[in-house]
Design a protein around this ligand. Structure first.
Ligand code: PHE
Length: 341
């Protein structure tokens, strides 16, 4: 019996030393010390011993039980410590790795230019209007005196939604003139910035989607001199005092007389270079006195009221303002470009 006890202890201790998990330890505990365990089985044989042998053997059995229990306890603690160690190892944070900087966004150059334009016109008492990009051909063309058969109405120039050519992506912000006349009573002073769409190929100065700012004034006694004065003032505030402009006669169905306004090229100062295609001037906007027919169609008496309107390309304005050579840079969202503003 003595040998049996010694064997149980030796085997148990070596098995405990090799146990790799708390579950394995528990299994060992049940096998050695449980009700149906090896030690219990030995103790049940105690009755067969002589009274003289019994105390010593009982003592020995208790010692074996205590040794195994202690070994189990220690192994449990060790396993726990090892698991903790492994977890700490796995979750170490290397505090020497440089942090990821939070990038702050900034305004896009075109919107900087637009905000400046808005400030200038709000300062002169204009309201800012917003309108739909999906527009009725009626507003984009008919009410603007662009008769059936006008080249800009052609399918090759305009994005239509229906076979009847009645709903379209607006090709200009000028329908906002009509919307303003329909929703307000003169005197009217508004600007209306927004996206416009034309079937153009992408190049350094063209894009099928671009932005315009429409401007319109209707009041009594408004003349071409007011138009020129207002636009010159805007240009000087945008580009600096002494910026030279030029007004050329032009044609738009909804203005009479019509003109285009150029600013002297910032690159060559008017001598002619690649940026201005050798012209010395860069075209900035179309404008003119609102055609009496357009006023009449909106129910405004052209004998009492007169007005002017302009439509300027926003990309071009920003390009002139920030000396950007290629229109595509404005839409590509290249961080190296955007970070410069
Ligand atoms: N809508 C015209 C264009 O896109 C510009 C314009 C606006 C001309 C207002 C005259 C008056 O070319």
């Amino acid at each position: 019996m003595k040998e049996q006890l010694a064997k149980i202890q030796a085997e148990a201790l070596s098995a405990i030393a090799q146990a790799a998990s708390p579950a394995a330890l528990e299994e060992l505990r049940v096998r050695c010390l449980g009700k149906k365990g090896e030690l219990t089985a030995i103790l049940k044989q105690m009755g067969r011993l002589s009274p003289q042998e019994r105390p010593a053997m009982g003592q020995l059995a208790n010692d074996v039980r205590a040794a195994i229990e202690e070994a189990l306890e220690r192994a449990k603690k060790d396993l726990h410590a090892k698991a903790l160690e492994a977890r700490l190892q796995a979750e170490t944070v290397d505090v020497t790795i440089p942090g990821r900087a939070v990038e702050t966004g900034r305004r896009h150059p075109m919107y900087i230019a637009l905000d400046e334009i808005k400030d200038i016109f709000v300062g002169m008492g204009f309201d800012i209007l917003d309108g739909p990009e999906v527009e009725l051909a009626e507003y984009n063309f008919d009410r603007l005196n662009a008769e059936e058969g006008h080249p800009s109405r052609d399918w090759s120039d305009t994005f239509y939604f229906d076979a009847d050519s009645r709903v379209m992506l607006r090709s200009q912000t000028s329908p906002m003139q009509v919307r303003a006349m329909d929703s307000r009573k003169p005197p009217i002073r508004i600007i209306a910035p927004g996206r416009v769409y034309r079937k153009d190929e992408v190049d350094a100065t063209h894009s099928p989607m671009f932005h315009q700012v429409e401007g319109m004034v209707i009041d009594k006694g408004v003349t071409m001199a007011d138009l020129k004065g207002t636009l010159n003032m805007m240009v000087e505030q945008l580009y600096g005092k002494g910026t030279v402009t030029r007004f050329r006669p032009h044609h738009f169905p909804f203005t009479e007389p019509s003109c285009e306004m150029d600013v002297q090229c910032h690159k060559c100062g008017g001598a002619g270079c690649a940026t201005c295609k050798g012209e010395g001037w860069i075209e900035l906007l179309g404008a003119g006195m609102i055609h009496p027919r357009v006023l009449e169609m909106a129910g405004i008496d052209p004998e009492v009221w007169s007005g002017w309107a302009f439509g300027m390309g926003l990309e071009r304005t920003a390009m002139r303002r920030f000396r950007i050579a290629d229109l595509r840079l404005i839409f590509e969202n290249d961080m190296r470009f955007l970070e410069q503003f």
